[in-house]
Write a protein that binds this ligand. Structure first.
Ligand code: SF4
Length: 86
């Protein structure tokens, strides 16, 4: 059984709704996927559904993306069920 005691996600993308000072991600959960998956799925598909998808190979870090990114002020902030913790 995998137990996650504590995790800190550091992120440099400061136009994301979940980004916080100190380059921290304030989302309660995120989903990282391949660029291909991220660009082909709507904003409603995100971490809350992560267990439903088959894992996928990216090949390099340049081919991955944060599917949970949403632009600050976007009308899609509540589209995926991800919550900002602070
Ligand atoms: S949701 Fe993704 S892009 Fe946004 S702050 Fe967190 S890790 Fe960065």
């Amino acid at each position: 059984m995998f137990i996650l005691v504590s995790q800190h996600i550091h992120c440099l993308v400061n136009d994301c709704h979940y980004w916080h000072q100190g380059n921290k991600c304030g989302a309660n959960e995120i989903m990282v996927a391949t660029d291909e998956f991220g660009s082909s799925q709507p904003d409603t598909i995100d971490a809350t559904m992560a267990t439903q998808f088959a894992p996928m190979a990216a090949g390099s870090c340049m081919s991955t993306c944060c599917k949970s990114y949403v632009t600050k002020g976007s009308n899609q902030i509540n589209a995926d069920g991800i919550k900002r913790m602070t």
